[in-house]
Ligand binder design. Structure first.
Ligand code: AMP
Length: 321
């Protein structure tokens, strides 16, 4: 494993005239926020370097955090490439990431795919954006309001507004520092939590479809027809994934979202039983309590949910619900 220190990463940043930042596909606020926050801080400290944000222009509803630059293949010549919040190569948005001179990974997912030349990975951090703040502080960067805005968005997004278990006292220290720059906390929190009326209706459908097993495991399947009827894109359907977590009886759950080709994108979420090893069995992965995978057909959907039931049952044999 190529674990590097902040100082070692900073030295490389100093060295390269062009730095291109990548994040993961189907981005969330932490993907866009960690990328944008780092990019803005680098631009401010190194005005003569070319700093670019690369991605497939798939930021969609997250364009309020940041939009991508027009990055050409020729920009990668002799460039330093940094990925943030991206665990494995299939999930890196924009496949030119390997055309640079050196690749650095800054991430908070378990380090299952050690794809970079240098890495700083901390799976205990609730958000990649928190690691970026730690890096900027350690290396003497100024965190301005413009830098703080996307980073705070990333932290609010990936902690579920300071609810998920990796949220720590340090997360609040970082949030305090970002808040003190004068960013609009309400605007950011609202931008993250607001949904369209159609998305709210899809959330209602997920609850309507939810089947709860006595173990505390639960699932719902959203079809292409459900999304078409409401005029909702695949990415916009992601807002339904956290909804079941508000129900007391539900301890671990899957939301299966049918893709246009009839296969399923699988979302795993849990309040305590660890589910990422289950996702890994189905061409996926992620965090201990929040993972994603893919299912080829209804047989695999059933198999996936059976596995979640099994793990949930086992967990609550030894823990209080
Ligand atoms: P999602 O359910 O899409 O919000 O994903 C939850 C978490 O799992 C995110 O942190 C993703 O980075 C990770 N994840 C989702 N899909 C995959 C996949 N196919 N392979 C590896 N990690 C994934």
């Amino acid at each position: 494993m190529n674990m590097s220190t902040f100082d070692e990463i900073y030295k490389k940043i100093e060295e390269y005239p062009t730095i291109i930042l990548h994040r993961h596909t189907n981005p969330d606020p932490d993907a866009i926020g960690s990328q944008a926050g780092l990019a803005r801080a680098l631009k401010a400290k190194f005005p003569n370097k070319k700093i670019l944000c690369a991605g497939e222009n798939d930021e969609g509803d997250l364009a309020w955090i940041n939009t991508m630059d027009d990055v050409k293949e020729s920009d990668y010549q002799g460039a330093l490439v940094i990925t943030t919040d991206t665990a494995n190569t299939p999930r890196i948005s924009n496949k030119n990431y390997d055309k640079g001179d050196l690749l650095i990974k800054i991430d908070h997912h378990p380090n299952v795919d050690d794809y970079a030349d240098m890495s700083y990975v901390d799976p205990d951090a609730p958000a990649a954006s928190q690691i970026v703040v730690d890096f900027l502080n350690a290396e003497g960067f100024e965190i301005t309001k413009e830098v703080a805005y996307p980073l705070y968005a990333g932290i609010v997004g990936d902690t579920g507004r300071f609810m998920y278990p990796e949220t720590s006292a340090h997360t609040f220290e970082v949030a305090k520092q970002l808040a003190e720059t004068g960013i609009d906390l309400t605007e950011i929190a609202r931008n993250i939590s607001d949904v369209t009326f159609a998305q709210a209706k899809l959330q209602a459908l997920v609850l309507d479809y939810m089947k709860i097993d006595p173990s505390g495991a639960a699932y719902a399947i959203l079809t292409q027809k459900d999304m078409k009827d409401l005029g909702i894109s695949q990415d916009q359907a992601d807002v339904t994934v956290s909804t079941p977590g508000r129900i007391k009886d539900i301890k671990a759950w899957n939301v299966f979202v049918e893709k246009p080709d009839g296969t399923f994108r699988v979302h795993y979420r849990s309040k305590a039983p660890v589910i990422n090893q289950l996702a890994a069995k189905h061409n996926g992965g992620g965090h201990a309590l929040a993972s994603g995978a893919n299912a080829a057909d209804m047989d695999e959907v059933k198999q996936i949910f059976d596995e979640v039931v099994e793990v949930t049952k086992k967990y609550y044999e030894n823990h209080e619900k």
